[in-house]
Design a protein around this ligand. Structure first.
Ligand code: SAM
Length: 495
């Protein structure tokens, strides 16, 4: 996205007018904060960049989530329209691309980045994103970043920032990747990690999940693209035609999906009324797959064991209502159960209720349900497009912590379904340890469960070929193949 203000008040500004040190080094802590700092003052910083800087600070200092803090800050600062779009791209792109940008910045600073003032480093990342990925003219990218640093940190580091960014401006992104990434032949994973800005362990996990078929770079690149906004027309409550009439385009995989080309989805009447919602098409396909599985005999009681915040529950409840069935939505965390209630508020007969309960300790008799969804808590490494900071927060230890919980939840889902009923185990992660390995281990430990082929439940979805490390019959969606989050699904039937 080009800078809407490139020809505006910052566009013609001389880069680095803040003066100060001209070299990217000097003595002492680089970018140290001087007494002249005026916290909270906007100075002559444009509102979009000011918001972007504050969001980066909140993400770094308070572990805030970009997708929560950014819209709230845009609203509270009255930043809208093209400025809001610019700020959104600036924040999300900078955080997603942080791994690449840090390698570029490090190549232009004469000390470890850990010794650069964190506020200054954030500003350098913002400036680098504008220079290498946003088509902001160099003089504007450098000048506005220097202004930002002068306003938010102080005059001291402006010369340093000016010098570093001028060096960054000397090459384009590809040129920098060639200079700072490891050799792609000698170290393909190390190269991919720097070139596509993913932690190395994440690249390794994604590579294993994909298998060895040359798609890694396409997947990593897809993780760095802003996801499209997809709506779901909840059956019986809204129609695809209604959402298309509101400015969307019907999608080809989920019969309920409509892609929005822009604008605030909250202004679409069906969304505001809870008859439709914002939902990734992969999530829609997972809920649909559970509803499409054949079940002989009674088909009245459905369960969503890990329901918060309620997107899949809302679709399942609408589907259940059409068949005279009802869904119980269960969620361990109270505040997320509240979100489930809100998401399912428009559901009529399709909702049996929403309960706050630990799914590993079922509050119902064994065999109560005919269909059960376990959308398990997971690393979320399949949804990196929409959670820019998560790749930098997750660690391999998270996987070790999550797997026992995932196994326990799948076990209790299987206990909760009647003989002949089905359980769908889903994650928004393709990581083998929390997908195929969980399912394989749980199935191996029981003699009352059969793993079924789930691919026929994804009718109309192309390219569901198996992966080398994936259990046969399970389904893995991919951002680069399907344009969805990397949802995984296994279908299990109780004997
Ligand atoms: C991946 S999210 C589910 C997303 C949801 N199905 C949707 O589409 O909106 C996993 C959820 O499981 C919940 N959870 C974690 N541990 C749980 C447990 N022991 N019992 C029930 N829910 C749990 C988390 O709080 C989280 O809300």
């Amino acid at each position: 996205m080009a800078d809407p203000r490139a020809k505006g008040r910052h566009g013609g500004r001389r880069a680095g007018s803040g003066g100060g040190r001209g070299a990217a080094g000097g003595s002492g802590r680089v970018g140290g904060r001087p007494a002249a700092r005026r916290p909270g003052t906007a100075g002559d910083v444009d509102p979009a960049r000011a918001v972007a800087f504050e969001v980066l600070t909140a993400v770094r200092e308070q572990d805030a989530y970009t997708n929560l803090v950014l819209p709230a800050m845009l609203r509270s600062r009255g930043v809208a329209g093209r400025d809001a779009a610019f700020a959104t791209e600036l924040v999300s792109g900078t955080i997603r691309r942080q791994g690449t940008y840090d390698a570029v910045i490090a190549a232009n600073v004469d000390r470890p980045l850990a010794k650069v003032d964190p506020d200054v480093l954030d500003a350098l990342r913002l400036g680098t994103h504008q220079l290498l990925a946003m088509r902001v003219p160099s003089h504007a990218a450098v000048g506005t970043t220097v202004d930002l640093v002068r306003s938010r940190v102080g005059r001291g580091p402006t010369g340093f920032v000016n010098a570093v960014l001028r060096k960054v401006a000397a090459h384009d992104l590809d040129g920098w990747v060639r200079r700072v990434a490891p050799d792609p032949v000698a170290d393909p994973v190390g190269f991919a990690a720097v070139a596509h800005s993913h932690p190395q362990w994440v690249v390794e996990e994604l590579q294993r999940a994909l298998g060895d078929d040359g798609e890694l770079e396409a997947l990593l690149a897809a993780d760095n693209a802003a996801p499209k906004v997809t709506l779901v027309a909840r059956p019986g409550l809204a129609s695809v035609e209604e959402l298309v009439g509101a400015g969307g385009t019907a999608s080809s995989m989920s019969p309920y999906a409509v892609e929005l080309s822009g604008g605030d989805p909250g202004t679409v009447p069906a969304v505001a009324e809870g008859r439709a919602g914002v939902q990734d098409e992969g999530s829609q396909l997972v809920a649909l797959a559970l509803s499409r599985a054949t079940v002989d005999g009674r088909d009245e009681r459905w369960l969503d064991l890990c329901a918060g915040p309620g997107g899949k529950s809302a679709l399942l409840a609408a589907l259940a209502a059409e068949r005279g069935a009802g869904l119980l939505a269960s969620e361990r965390q109270h505040h997320r159960a509240v979100l489930v209630r809100r998401a399912t508020a428009a559901a009529r007969t399709g909702l049996l209720g929403v309960v706050t309960a630990d799914g590993t300790v079922p509050a119902w008799r064994p065999g109560t349900f005919d269909r059960v969804l376990v959308d398990a808590p997971c690393s979320g490494l399949g949804a990196l497009r929409r959670r820019p900071e998560s790749r930098w927060r997750r660690t391999p230890q998270d996987l070790r912590d999550l797997v026992p919980l995932q196994r326990a939840l799948l076990g209790s889902a299987l206990d909760s379904v009647r003989s002949g009923g089905v359980v769908a185990y889903a994650t928004c992660s393709p990581v083998v340890a929390e997908t195929s390995e969980v399912v394989r281990d749980v199935v191996a430990g029981r003699d009352d469960v059969v793993l079924e082929d789930a691919t026929p439940l994804f009718d109309g979805v192309p390219d569901l070929r198996p992966g080398a490390a994936r259990l046969p019959g399970t389904v893995q969606l991919w951002p680069h193949r399907h344009g969805t989050d990397a949802m995984f699904l296994a279908l299990l039937r109780r004997r």
